[in-house]
Design a protein around this ligand. Structure first.
Ligand code: KIV
Ligand code: NA
Length: 264
């Protein structure tokens, strides 16, 4: 199959199909998820807390994300390569956003970028799209605004649903090729999807969006600790790796590795 492009995602929505998106930050998961047919690979700013050891997505920088993005782009030959613009790299002005978007496409080899925010960023999105940078908007719970939002909480409940629809429509009108919703009531997300011509992507947003995304270390059980309600675990990699590392350590200490078959 050829490369997934923006019009394929649009077609999926028009034909009532769903598409899948996973985060990935390096070569092997990029190769595997690409070969598995995942349509969109996201180099998320969640690399901050899933690769770089930070507690939140706030500290990660453009210079830290670019090499990860390049590694994924070189390793995936089918998926659309989508990169997050990290906190502080696009808020100042449309010009700053265009400059950062260009870096992700030129140095990171990304095909499109994602930024957090709604109607307030319409002008920014328009400038980027005009510059040839495809943009996905991210609304609902936006992790980069965690402190402004008062913590990890569902967005778009009650009257807030209207604002969410308005934000999504403003992004579409500005030229965004898709809108991602995080931690939004399923009913609200479905309303947004119905209001838009462009596809939507959900995480903790129910089944009414065009696409679904998960952070791969959550979905494959690599990360320890408590998982959000919206995460489904499709593998238990942490336990698998723990067992393997313990076995290797034991065999080295008891002298059973390496055996003759591993020696010259
Ligand atoms: O950075 C990230 O992982 C995201 C999620 C929506 C998957 O933006
Ligand atoms: Na993100």
């Amino acid at each position: 199959a050829g490369r997934v492009r923006l019009h394929h995602l649009r077609q999926a929505k028009e034909q009532g199909r769903h598409f899948a998106m996973l985060t990935t930050y390096e070569q092997y998961t990029a190769e595997i998820f690409d070969a598995a047919g995942i349509e969109v690979l996201l180099i998320g700013d969640s690399a901050s807390n899933n690769v770089y050891g930070n507690e939140t997505s706030l500290p990660v920088t453009v210079d830290e994300l670019l090499p990860l993005c390049r590694a994924v782009a070189r390793s995936a030959h089918h998926a659309l390569i989508l990169a997050d613009l990290p906190f502080g790299s696009y808020e100042v002005s449309p010009q700053q956003a265009v400059e950062t978007g260009v870096r992700f496409m030129k140095e990171g080899l990304a095909h499109a970028v994602k930024l957090e925010g709604g109607a307030f960023y319409a002008e920014t999105v328009r400038a980027m799209v005009q510059a040839g940078i495809p943009v996905m908007g991210h609304i609902g719970f936006t992790p980069q605004s965690e402190h402004a939002l008062g913590g990890y909480r569902v967005q778009g409940r009650g009257d807030d649903a209207e604002r969410l629809v308005a934000d999504a429509l403003a992004l579409e009108e500005a030229g965004a090729f898709a809108v991602l919703m995080e931690m939004v009531p399923a009913e609200t997300a479905a309303r947004v999807d119905a209001a838009l011509k462009v596809p939507t992507v959900g995480i903790g947003a129910g089944s009414g969006t065009t696409g679904q995304v998960l952070v791969w270390q959550d979905a494959m059980g690599l990360r320890g600790g408590k998982m959000a309600r919206f995460v489904k675990q499709y593998a238990q990699l942490r336990g698998t790796l723990m067992d393997a590392a313990q076995q290797f350590g034991d065999e080295v200490r008891n002298g059973s590795f390496p055996g003759p078959e591993h020696s010259f």
